[in-house]
Design a binder for this molecule. Structure first.
Ligand code: UDP
Length: 238
């Protein structure tokens, strides 16, 4: 099936995408590889902004299960996303890509505060804006932050980079004959509880008619291909 070619997109990467072969933290080689993928997509003329998770460093829910106060754990998780944002910024700038980090939790020494109109200007000027600290609120996820920023930035689509090439009816890493969907509706994703993004993020995309494109970020060259409407991916739309 053919997918549309999107101009302005928000790319959501989970913190785990930065771990590489490790079980935790940030692998510089992996981050450099991701930056090269993003730079190649940019060179094709697309406008990009990024939201990066923090699960490779800290997750509020996991901390709460071990006795932390949930809100405190969530703030720590949001701080983890700032570290990831700085790592990706550094790698992108090494590729010659102009970037800005905007944090939902003001952190003047390392980033700009999140200011919607300013972020829009950066994007118009060809910069990649990396949105850090999620929504700035506990009890949310960076998936929801990605949907929110995609709506605020007027993105044509939210690209969710994962370790598989789309959405399946069962876990393809466990079930041999799991079936991949080319296209799905938001309501199907929500009704069947398919693992795309959390329900709040999917609902926000549905309400703002932002297609979600799920694709494999680990396959070199894939981001640029899927952006061009080629390659393998699942598109979630009305
Ligand atoms: N978080 C939060 N509010 C937000 C975004 C993130 O409280 O708006 C916290 C939450 O604790 C979450 C952690 O930051 O577990 C890291 O984000 P997430 O789990 O979404 O990262 P990912 O799974 O994408 O790596």
């Amino acid at each position: 099936m053919t997918r549309p070619r999107f101009n302005r997109i928000l790319l959501k990467l989970s913190g785990e995408a930065l771990m590489g072969p490790g079980q935790f933290g940030i692998d510089p080689e992996t981050v450099a590889g991701l930056a090269a993928e993003i730079a190649a997509a940019k060179a094709q003329g697309h406008e990009l902004c990024l939201v990066i998770g923090g699960g490779n460093i800290f997750r509020g829910m996991a901390a709460a299960a071990r006795g932390f106060d949930r809100a405190t754990g969530d703030y720590m998780g949001m701080l983890a996303t700032v570290m990831n944002a700085l790592a990706v910024q550094n790698a992108l700038e090494k590729q010659g890509v102009d970037t800005r980090v905007q944090s939902a939790i003001p952190m003047a020494s390392v980033s700009e505060p999140y200011i919607r109109r300013r972020a829009l200007r950066h994007i118009e000027k060809g910069r990649i804006v990396i949105f850090a600290a999620g929504t700035g609120n506990p009890y949310f996820t960076t998936d929801t932050a990605a949907a929110l920023r995609a709506a605020e930035m007027g993105c044509d689509a939210l690209f969710k980079g994962t370790s598989v090439d789309g959405v399946y009816d069962a876990d393809p890493k466990k079930v041999a004959d799991a079936r991949r969907y080319d296209a799905l509706s938001y309501s199907r994703v929500l009704a069947d509880n398919l693992k795309v993004m959390d329900a709040a993020a999917v609902a926000l995309c549905r309400d703002n008619e932002i297609p979600i494109v799920v694709f494999n970020i680990r396959q070199p060259g894939n981001l640029a291909q899927v952006l061009a409407g080629e390659g393998t991916a699942t598109i979630v739309q009305t």
